[in-house]
Design a protein around this ligand. Structure first.
Ligand code: FNR
Length: 374
């Protein structure tokens, strides 16, 4: 269908389910085990309601904000997802970059360690758009020299932050994906050697093929070592309890992403928005909320989801699958269109909420009783 008929982010998903290869659809759409957390990511948002303010002059609405101290046009970013060439064999992750640079409203792109394009290609395709923010998502390798070289390399390439993923010491049991054999036809992660990606991958689904890249022995000590290695801000991705949010701030991280990896890791892990509601007040009570950004991801599809997270104190939110599907179905045009759809939803919903700028948002706009009483 014409891109104009794509009215919201779910429309990309519906289309992707029809046109993607079985392998790509299985890898992208699956959650772990019974997919309880994957559904809960949505359901938790559905239990939060709004308390709009009336008779506010909302003729001008400003959606600009800051993430990690840098100005962005909209309060969301495209999060790291691996293997984008499964759905867009020509462009892979470069389709996301091009869509971001094409969009009049600039949002950050987080690039996965397991991208199917090389990091150099993805940075280069920005062309003359230095304002386009790119972040790096780091999976720490068992061979720390590989990780050290990688970090130095992304630092030199001008990426702005390091998001260290910590919720995947072992990759979740995603059964849709396990049923399909992974064939690496140049779509596998560029960071792995052919030997690594072919040896185990061929018979066990995309997830198993990439899981051996990730070191399960990672601890807080490694986070301190990373701080010594790089001047880039370090954000821990995959935090799932408020105690760890506080700890990340205490050890000098620039932020956290509260996330259950889109429901692909431990099933029955809680919805990020619910953890955010607990963690933010604790951080504030300890005076640790200055210069420390909380992000969340998982299940965000509508501007109302984004606004709920911002009201609860998130600096920004990440979207994964919707942009994979937009990029797979329509390439860069789809990515730019997805950004525009959310921008338009945000503008309208801010007006209806009675807020004119992101800093106006706060918990007083929310009725959390249904979430608390679940
Ligand atoms: C992911 N995610 C992920 N996270 C990460 O840190 N490194 C990675 O390589 C990947 N790869 C990946 C692949 C696919 C297909 C998906 C769906 C997800 C997790 C991702 O960053 C994010 O946490 C979730 O995608 C957020 O949930 P939604 O927006 O997809 O519901």
């Amino acid at each position: 269908p014409n891109l104009g008929n794509i009215l919201n982010l779910y429309d990309f998903e519906k289309l992707a389910s029809k046109i993607l290869s079985n392998q790509a659809w299985a890898y992208y759409s699956s959650g772990s085990d019974d997919e309880i957390s994957m559904r809960e990511n949505h359901n938790a948002f559905h239990r939060i309601f709004f308390k709009p303010r009336i008779l506010v002059d909302v003729s001008e609405v400003n959606l600009e904000t800051e993430m990690l101290g840098e100005k962005v046009d909209l309060p969301f970013y495209i999060t790291a997802t691996a293997l984008m060439k499964l759905g867009n064999p020509q462009e892979g992750e470069m389709g996301i970059t091009k869509g971001c640079t094409m969009s009049p409203w600039k949002i950050p792109q987080m690039i996965s360690t397991l991208a199917s394009c090389s990091i150099d290609e993805i940075v280069k395709v920005k062309g003359n758009h230095p304002e386009q923010i790119q972040w790096y998502q780091l999976y720490v390798n068992s061979d720390r020299k590989i990780t050290r070289d990688l970090v130095k390399h992304v630092e030199n390439l001008g990426l702005k932050a390091l998001f260290v993923t910590v919720d995947a010491p072992s990759l979740g049991h995603r059964e849709k994906d396990l049923k399909i054999k992974f064939s690496n036809q140049n779509n596998g992660p560029q960071v792995m050697s052919d030997h690594e990606s072919n040896s185990e991958g061929a018979s066990q689904g995309a997830t198993r093929a990439i899981s051996k890249f990730i070191d399960p022995s990672l601890t807080w000590d490694d986070i301190s070592k990373l701080h010594k290695l790089t001047h880039l801000p370090i954000i821990i991705k995959g935090v799932q309890r408020s105690e760890d949010v506080v700890k990340a701030a205490q050890v000098g991280c620039a932020g956290v992403v509260i996330s259950n990896h889109g429901g692909r890791q431990l099933d029955f892990s809680r919805a990020p928005v619910e953890i955010l509601a607990e963690a933010k007040p604790k951080l504030v009570a300890k005076g640790l909320d200055k210069k420390f950004d909380i992000f969340i991801d998982g299940g965000i599809r509508r501007s109302t989801d984004i606004l709920k997270a911002l009201c609860l104190g998130a600096k920004g939110v990440g979207l994964g699958r919707p942009f994979i599907y937009a990029n797979s179905c329509y390439g860069e045009q789809g990515v730019a269109h997805a950004i525009k759809l959310l921008k338009e939803e945000l503008e309208m919903d801010m007006r209806l909420l009675g807020a004119t700028s992101i800093k106006d948002l706060g918990p007083e706009f929310l009725d959390m009783s249904a979430l608390k009483n679940r």
